[in-house]
Unconditional design. Structure first.
Length: 107
């Protein structure tokens, strides 16, 4: 699947995680139903301004549209880290730093 198709799938996923339906999203977000529908169908591509508006409406960052956790382990990790507590994030970072030091010593 190409990046554009993955983006559209991810956008729809994020909308449906936050809203019970696409129609509810259109009503509550104030974004044009026609324009968002064209984006979701691949008829048009969003501008940077539209990406920012979509992110604000969904309470995510623009980068979240381009994380595809179902297909990539790194994206899975980034998604999970984005949802974890500060304490968990700190523990993971410490663990990774220790592992990196061990690897550096072996070289």
């Amino acid at each position: 699947m190409d990046t554009a198709a993955l983006f559209r799938e991810r956008l729809k996923q994020l909308i449906l995680e936050r809203y019970p339906s696409l129609d509810r999203f259109y009503l509550e977000s104030g974004l044009s139903k026609g324009h968002v529908s064209e984006i979701l169908r691949g008829v048009s591509s969003p501008s940077v301004t539209t990406l920012i508006k979509l992110a604000e409406a969904l309470e995510v960052e623009v980068k979240d549209f381009f994380l595809f956790p179902e297909g990539d382990r790194r994206h899975q990790a980034i998604t999970l880290l984005g949802m974890c507590s500060e304490a968990t994030l700190e523990a993971v970072l410490e663990l990774l730093a220790r592992k990196e030091k061990k690897m550096a010593k072996k070289k």
